[in-house]
Design a protein around this ligand. Structure first.
Ligand SMILES: *[C@@H]1O[C@H](CO)[C@@H](O)[C@H](O)[C@H]1NC(C)=O
Ligand SMILES: *[C@@H]1O[C@H](CO)[C@@H](O)[C@H](O)[C@H]1NC(C)=O
Length: 505
């Protein structure tokens, strides 16, 4: 632009300089005047152009600052320093309150338009502050971008770690189901847990009124691998319940229904087990209404951390607590599954397509809590974290199997030493780019190195999401309807509660 201006001035000058030939006598004067005029006009134009640019620039900066301020400001008090736990693109809608009362649980957030925020990793080593509890903030450090993995030290206090371990011991642990190398295949048909029918009834009876309502069964429709009741059992119980004229089961009716569902040979185990090997013991701790306050607090902290709709987190699997004794391990695996049209998610099974033959775990993200520190071994390994490329074939190469944690733990890209109270958060799925859950993130492969010295306790909190947003919405509507239908009755059993309810852990 400057050049055009110069050119223009140049032209003016040549036009002018032709004239003096006609009147040579005033030529010196004219040339001086021209000179002055030229430099005047030139600097003014230049000045105007610079000032226009300058103002536009300043206005842009102000507009940008205002935009950032109003987008992050009011809703996000916890992350004031700008290292906001910001969510991507369209998920910028109003986020749900972090810790709602449990009673309004399934009623909200079941509109099909809700979306799944994701925390931004920024870069490996980036630290952002998050507000999880009223009296302090926590630091959250990005450990890898593939998968998106964070570490939050001090997520649980020492006391809370101890309580969770004690509750797990109180409830009793069972062998993790996938057989260890030394164990035979025939084991898989045996009942998981030697609970009496009365105990199962009591565990299912969340409000402890001596009757099983449909809602109570549905709320247990959780995980395939390891939950003490298989989805098949739950369906049988549900069918029995629907056959009952009262729509509820007392202990006597339950015994009849449950014994049928437990009969061997009737187990329809449609899942093909893969080669996955692990050795550990685990149990499940219910975290909802009436559970121990530490478990309840942990769930609310997960909601604050992930910024996910609270209903989604509250309808997810119970907390899984795992104990690894000397030599115990798990090979590298995925917590979630590729979505196939011929399988449904376990958690939405009752609302989903019951004619689909397979059933898989659908876990958007994992929050892993280290409940103890361990002197040696027992690291969590992510063998392909932030690898440049992922190639399934390259996992097993030249006789080296990167998923075999007993042999190749030291070759993984990322290994984390358990420290009591630290939480890890990672996304098992990518985003689908429209604010919902996308494909399984193949980099989220992880396993547990053998514990060498000491006992390792960890807990897993999974957030279940159905890749089909419609099915997830339908499931949440179903639970909400049950909840509302039940809430009329709620008044008369609510008072007889809390000490009894703690039985459920
Ligand atoms: C349910 O699954 C079957 C078998 O996979 C499929 O043919 C059918 O279209 C599915 N129905 C719905 C409503 O998704
Ligand atoms: C990790 O990245 C390297 C370099 O791109 C590649 O050669 C290797 O196969 C990758 N490993 C896996 C398991 O994909």
């Amino acid at each position: 632009m400057e050049e055009t201006l110069e050119d223009f001035m140049e032209q003016e000058e040549t036009k002018d300089s032709d004239e003096p030939s006609l009147s040579p006598y005033n030529s010196p004067f004219r040339s001086t005047r021209l000179h002055i005029q030229r430099s005047n006009v030139c600097s003014r134009a230049y000045f105007v152009v610079v000032m226009v640019f300058f103002h536009v620039y300043i206005l842009n900066v102000i507009a940008l600052l205002l935009y950032v301020h109003y987008n992050n400001g009011p809703g996000d008090l916890g992350s004031r320093d700008g290292a906001a736990v910001a969510s991507v693109g369209e998920s910028r809608g109003p986020l749900p309150p972090p810790a709602p009362g449990p009673r309004d649980l399934p009623v909200e957030d079941h509109s099909p338009s809700f979306s799944l925020p994701r925390i931004e990793g920024i870069r490996v080593g980036h630290v952002q502050r998050v507000s999880l509890v009223p009296d302090r903030t926590h630091e959250m450090k990005t450990l890898s971008l593939k998968p998106l993995l964070f570490e939050i030290p001090g997520f649980l206090s020492e006391e809370e770690c101890r309580v969770v371990v004690q509750l797990a011991q109180l409830k009793g642990l069972m062998e993790s189901q996938a057989p260890a190398p030394s164990h035979g295949q025939e084991e898989s048909n045996q009942p998981l847990l030697s609970l009496s029918t009365e105990e199962v009834f009591s565990l299912l009876d969340l409000n402890q009124d001596g009757l099983l309502q449909k809602q109570e069964i549905i709320s247990h429709s959780h995980s395939r691998d390891g939950t003490w009741l298989s989805p098949h059992n739950l369906r049988q119980i549900l069918t029995g319940l629907e056959d009952c004229p009262t729509g509820m089961l007392n202990l006597e009716n339950f015994r009849r229904v449950y014994d049928v569902s437990q009969r061997p040979g009737k187990q329809q185990n449609g899942m093909v087990r893969n080669q996955f090997k692990q050795r550990s013991k685990h149990t499940w701790l219910y975290q909802g209404l009436g559970s121990h306050h530490v478990l309840h607090a942990l769930r609310n902290r997960v909601i604050s951390l992930t910024h996910l709709p609270s209903a989604l987190v509250e309808l997810s699997e119970p907390l899984q607590v795992i104990r690894y004794e000397h030599g115990d391990f798990s090979n590298a695996h995925y917590d979630s599954s590729h979505s196939h049209s011929e399988s449904t998610c376990t958690h939405t099974r009752l609302a989903g397509n019951s004619s689909a033959p397979g059933e898989v775990s659908c876990r958007y993200l994992t929050v892993l809590f280290y409940l103890t520190s361990i002197k040696e071994g027992g690291e969590t390994t992510f063998p392909v974290a932030d690898n440049r490329t992922y190639d399934e074939q390259a996992l097993v190469q030249d006789g080296v199997d990167l998923t075999d944690t007993q042999e190749t733990c030291d070759r993984g890209n990322l290994r984390l030493k358990p420290t009591a109270g630290t939480a890890l958060l990672w996304y098992n799925h990518l985003s689908d780019g429209r604010g919902w859950m996308g494909e399984l993130d193949e980099y989220s492969l992880h396993g547990d190195c053998p514990a060498r010295h000491g006992v390792k306790w960890v807990a897993n909190s999974w957030v279940n999401v159905d890749p089909d947003q419609q099915v997830q919405a339908r499931y949440q509507r179903l639970v909400a309807q049950r909840h509302q239908a039940k809430s009329g009755m709620e008044e008369h059993y609510q008072p007889l509660s809390h000490s009894d309810l703690h039985q459920d852990l």
